[in-house]
Design a protein around this ligand. Structure first.
Ligand SMILES: NC(=O)c1ccc[n+]([C@@H]2O[C@H](COP(=O)([O-])OP(=O)(O)OC[C@H]3O[C@@H](n4cnc5c(N)ncnc54)[C@H](O)[C@@H]3O)[C@@H](O)[C@H]2O)c1
Length: 279
């Protein structure tokens, strides 16, 4: 600890800043490896692109979804990522299936040489008034949004603890705090994901692993198109900034939370909602 210096007048000055110890892999992000779940489309793709822009190799997984061209989107995403000159690995892998997640993680380590960042982005919504919501729909949302994130966190935890470095960011939602009508399962799942974020931050903090969540408002993705247009219009008008988020608005914050600049932030939820939560 530096001792305070004194001017001739004898007044105490602030301590002279001393160089801080820098942990291995904290110097920069280039050359590190990120895993983004559900990275083929929307927010996950934007997160993956921002990692790649910073020279981070990217692995992402996805599953097919009815009425969507996820497999084709995955190919496009992979091509766009490679254009940044980074290594890329992508595969179909259902985060609800622990064995599949463990196999995916092992494969990423073999293909890309390690893992330093995990972004639990894979998520679904099954919206219906509570009295109409089937238990299958409830379970689907919980299994994907909460259990899926737990599986992925567990699958990297041993590695992150051993290397004494790692960052985890969970994609929650403003709906965990300010639910709309008909989102009981989704809101409950995102609130549980925030609980998981805090618990994981406590357990992994001693190993220099930061765990945070972002809570986006309404983000312009295909998932948003499934909502009634009057809901989206109202949300846009209510937002303090008067706009919807682009996926990149979320991607930038996620990657910042993985950067060395954010090394003292853990167990937090960062709202990326254009002020919707304060309106
Ligand atoms: N779009 C928004 O307005 C908004 C707002 C707040 C939070 N979010 C959250 O952001 C995340 C991404 O949403 P999006 O809008 O980009 O939607 P999206 O539907 O485009 O992306 C979801 C991705 O997750 C993948 N996925 C779904 N279930 C999976 C599973 N079991 N295993 C592996 N992958 C799976 C899909 O293949 C898809 O690529 C979700 O967690 C969502 O809840 C979105």
């Amino acid at each position: 600890m530096a001792s305070p210096r004194r001017r001739d007048s004898g007044a105490a000055l602030a301590p002279v800043p001393q160089p801080q110890a820098v942990l291995p892999n904290e110097v920069g992000m280039r050359g590190n490896v990120a895993v983004v779940t559900g990275g083929a489309t929307g927010i996950g793709r934007a997160v993956a692109m921002e990692f790649a822009r910073r020279g981070v190799a990217v692995a992402f997984n996805y599953i097919d979804m009815a009425g969507r061209d996820i497999v084709e989107q995955a190919l496009l995403t992979e091509t766009a990522l490679r254009a940044f000159g980074v290594a890329v690995y992508s595969a179909k892998c259902d985060v609800r299936d622990l064995d599949a997640v463990e196999r995916f993680v092992e494969r990423v380590k073999a293909e890309l040489g390690g893992i330093h960042y995990l972004v639990n982005n894979a998520g679904i919504a099954r919206d219906a008034a509570m009295w109409r919501l089937g238990s299958d729909q409830w379970r689907d949302v919980m299994d994907t949004n909460v259990t899926g994130a737990f599986h992925c966190t567990q699958a990297v935890a041993r590695l992150f603890r051993a290397q004494k470095m790692g960052k985890i960011v969970n994609i929650a939602s403003i709906q965990a705090f300010h639910p709309s009508f008909g989102v009981a399962a989704y809101a409950a799942s995102k609130a549980a994901l925030i609980g998981l974020t805090r618990a994981a931050a406590i357990e992994l903090g001693p190993s220099h692993v930061n765990v945070n969540a972002v809570a986006p408002g309404y983000v312009r993705t295909e998932a948003l198109e499934a909502l009634p247009s009057d809901v989206v219009d109202r949300a846009k008008k209510t937002t303090v900034l008067g706009r919807l988020a682009e996926p990149e608005d979320v991607g930038n914050v996620v990657v910042f939370l993985c950067s060395p600049e954010a090394r003292h932030i853990t167990g937090q939820v960062i709202f990326v909602d254009g002020g919707l939560s304060i309106a």
